[in-house]
Design a binder for this molecule. Sequence first.
Ligand code: FAD
Length: 296
Amino acid sequence: MDLHTVVEVVSPARPGQWRRGDAWLGGGTALFGEPQPGVTRLLDLAASGWTPITVRDEGLEIAATCTVADVTRFAGAPEFTAFHGLATACCRAFLASFKIWNVATVGGNLCAALPAGPMIALTAALDGECLILGPADPTDGPADPADGPAGEIPADPGDGDGGPVERRVRVVDFVTGDGSTVLRDGEMLRSVTLPRASLTGLTAYRQGSLFTHGRSAALLAGRLTQAGGFVLTVTASTVRPYQLRFPELPDERHLLDELAAAIPDDAWTDDVHGLPAWRAHLTRTFAAEIRQELAA
Ligand SMILES: Cc1cc2nc3c(=O)[nH]c(=O)nc-3n(C[C@H](O)[C@H](O)[C@H](O)COP(=O)(O)OP(=O)(O)OC[C@H]3O[C@@H](n4cnc5c(N)ncnc54)[C@H](O)[C@@H]3O)c2cc1C
């Protein structure tokens, strides 16, 4: 839809340009999906020219502007079996046409923070870490970094010459609820880094919807770690991602007990795509199936 309050588009945009009334623009598929009465200017990140996916010593760096189509097309680093296994499945969980796939960005998916965000599932399951850039002038945006949420990795205060202030937050902590994130005014998501240690090994995945091509009601990913541990990431059925970590593959009873203890009753998503009780049931069923698949 037309955003009729928007009077200017800055393209390409850079960190530090944000002022009140601005919105960062990724692919625009969520932003243009509903009225944005408070937005008067768009800061176009998609035109920034950032390399979508870079293989680094520490792992895979995914730019915020990397599209869902870029993720599906990425065939590099075949040794990153966990990435390739989950990436295909998560992209398919994206209920959208090829037109949306070609413009919707990984960063936009995380920042829109919908429970059924498949790029949230992918990057949370692989222990992704978000690089957040904020304005250098604290009166312009971020408050004292010490006010940051639990799970935040300490901020880099910047270089003192007006450059952006960096902080890092794990993806699993980045999304705080349905449509909410840890981003403060003026901050933008620059990239997500998936550490090398999480990119190899076995994964299993389950997704369920009310109907065949429906939005995810539950999307779970399990991963065996190099040390023989087990990581289970729950998304879509809950309003924000939940992650359970075990030093070894637990038996089913232990897994289900820990799941019940970790997810409070009011954290189950309640919308037209599924009732909370059914989502909780799907989550338990999928968790047990993932455990069984990885045990085999
Ligand atoms: C037909 C259709 C089907 C869809 N299916 C799904 C689905 O199954 N699951 C799902 O999760 N979503 C779905 N969506 C919603 C949307 O397409 C996705 O969430 C998409 O990933 C958003 O990415 P984008 O790049 O288009 O974000 P945008 O629309 O550009 O931005 C979304 C929000 O994030 C902010 N933002 C964007 N990039 C950044 C950044 N780098 N830093 C800070 N803030 C930023 C924007 O200001 C805005 O508030 C669907 C949409 C359509 C139209």
